[in-house]
Design a protein around this ligand. Structure first.
Ligand SMILES: Cc1cc2nc3c(=O)[nH]c(=O)nc-3n(C[C@H](O)[C@H](O)[C@H](O)COP(=O)(O)OP(=O)(O)OC[C@H]3O[C@@H](n4cnc5c(N)ncnc54)[C@H](O)[C@@H]3O)c2cc1C
Length: 368
């Protein structure tokens, strides 16, 4: 029986970063257990745009991540505004209406730049300017959305591939088609391994530490309906079908306490033409972010969100949920800026009201 130093559950960005960090910090025997078959590996990370929001005081701090960028993009740094700790944290507070976790959000923002640099240096994740998503050309200059300048080269596909390449190079064992079904405990109640189901049956893996990096319950209709509501239960999934809330259920089964906002979600408008699950090869191309330039009305002809409340990068993740509830909701009088009413073409997303991306329903659990 192999006794691992570290067992990592999942093989997306979180899990592979944890596995690489474990090796970097001296763990010799690290295994990554991925439920998906090899050809479906990488979780939502594969589907993502790979854009990395992080805080910096001076745009030139970004430089080492993007060697040669000034040859590629004229006056590159002139189009970037500083994005300080306070800017990033303030955005988190504003967009979540103050519901972000005060401790975790500080940790996230404080470590954001160092983490991206670590991904580049140790994880060997190559970076590129996020031109097509967040850069807007104005004359000769590209103006960048605040805090969103860098992404993994070749977006989520590159990010995922990069992590697998580094993990393999570091001698980390990766097992595909290995679904973890339970966390094992020793006599003191400490996590001592996991139970795994694969094509050969069920087996126990033992280790000194278990790390859960296996996503949320975004692809689980039952859990979405139960925790977020029936209208979101019927939404479409823009990422992996494998994130079924297993990690949360396994942790709670051994006494972890549910924490955070279970009724919230990260959902975005997508085209109604997409199926219940987005094709893997089309990654994040389901996004429809044009709502900013018009108005959305429901079947009764009412507006139900303020399309121009903020830039798309700050509203898209919450307006998916708004669309789900669109036919039931009406915007109050005087809500929303006049420019949204006056926008050129009124377009109707009613048909897309059920076409949403659900991804990373952020949940944490804390041990009692
Ligand atoms: C279309 C799309 C675009 C996005 N764009 C961006 C972006 O540009 N920037 C950004 O910051 N974020 C973006 N995101 C969000 C980002 O992708 C996720 O927050 C991030 O990838 C989550 O990483 P993760 O490792 O936690 O989960 P995942 O990458 O989803 O990995 C979880 C893994 O766990 C595995 N797993 C699940 N259950 C088990 C089990 N029981 N046993 C073993 N393995 C299991 C899954 O198969 C999966 O591989 C996007 C998401 C989507 C869907």
């Amino acid at each position: 029986m192999t006794e691992y130093d570290v067992i990592v559950v999942g093989a997306g960005n979180a899990a592979l970063a944890a596995a690489v960090s474990a090796r970097e910090n001296g763990a010799e025997c690290v295994v990554v257990l991925e439920k998906a078959p090899r050809e479906m590996r990488g979780g939502n990370t594969h589907w993502s745009g790979g854009v990395l929001r992080f805080a910096f005081d001076d745009p030139r701090e970004i430089g080492p991540l993007l060697p040669g960028v000034e040859d590629e993009i004229e006056d590159f740094y002139d189009g970037i505004q500083p994005y300080t700790f306070d800017d990033f944290h303030g955005d988190l507070m504003r967009v979540t209406s103050g519901q972000t976790d005060p401790v975790l959000s500080r940790i996230l923002v404080q470590n954001s730049k160092d983490t991206v640099f670590w991904m580049n240096r140790v994880g060997n994740i190559r970076m590129e300017p996020a031109t097509s998503l967040t850069g807007v050309r104005k004359g000769n200059k590209i103006i960048w959305a605040r805090g969103l300048v860098v992404r993994a080269a070749h977006e989520g596909v590159g990010l995922s591939r990069g992590w697998f390449a580094t993990a393999e190079k570091m001698g980390i064992e990766i097992r595909y088609g290995a679904a973890v079904t339970a966390i094992l405990q020793d006599g003191r109640g400490h996590a001592s391994g996991v139970r795994v189901r694969d094509d050969d049956g069920v087996a126990d893996f033992h280790g000194r530490a278990v790390i859960l990096g296996c996503g949320g319950f975004e692809a689980n209709v039952q859990m979405r309906t139960q925790h977020i509501g029936p209208l979101v239960g019927g939404a479409k999934v823009r990422g992996t079908p494998h994130n079924q809330g297993d990690g949360l259920r396994m942790a709670m089964a051994i006494g972890a306490m549910p924490w955070g906002q279970w009724s919230g979600c990260h959902a975005t408008p997508i085209s109604a033409d997409w199926g219940n699950f987005a094709p893997r090869e089309l990654t994040d191309r389901s996004n429809r972010l044009s709502y900013l330039y018009g108005v959305m009305i429901n079947r009764r002809g009412h507006r139900f969100v303020d399309e121009g409340e903020d830039g798309a990068m700050f509203t898209y993740a919450k307006y998916g949920r708004g669309l789900c509830h669109g036919n039931e909701r009406r915007l109050g009088r005087g809500q929303g800026p006049a420019r949204a009413h006056a926008a050129a073409t009124a377009f109707c997303h009613c048909a897309a009201a059920s076409a949403l991306k659900i991804r990373s329903v952020d949940r944490e659990t804390r041990c009692r």
